[in-house]
Write a protein that binds this ligand. Sequence first.
Ligand SMILES: [Zn+2]
Length: 136
Amino acid sequence: MKKLKKLKKPRKISIKGLKLKAWGAMSRYIRTRDKRCVTCGSGIAEHCGHYLRNGERNAQLGGNALWFDERNFGGQCAACNLYRNGEPTKFAIFLEYKHRHGILQELSDLRNKPKKWTREEIIEVEKKFNERAHNV
Ligand SMILES: [Zn+2]
């Protein structure tokens, strides 16, 4: 008797893969939105800079509420983002000016708030930023 070939299930993209795609969409949106570097005002926004770095907490807690909060990001030139360590003081001034007083504490609180992102939520984030990047 002929053996039936087992049908392979389509492989799901890992959470990490989904997160990278969502990050790409958000980064594109932020750079398109800001056009110029938010910390020096003269360079082109080639990078999507973080105000609060988020890496260690991601590893410890498996995610937090700050991951895809666009207020934590700004377009930056390579000089500010890579060589001036993200210019955190100027970034803070930019955020206070753009949003309101208290934004820095709010972002810090969100970073300390563990959040398990579901696949559906991360896919929604990617969709939202892809749509918004087209409408800037
Ligand atoms: Zn700059």
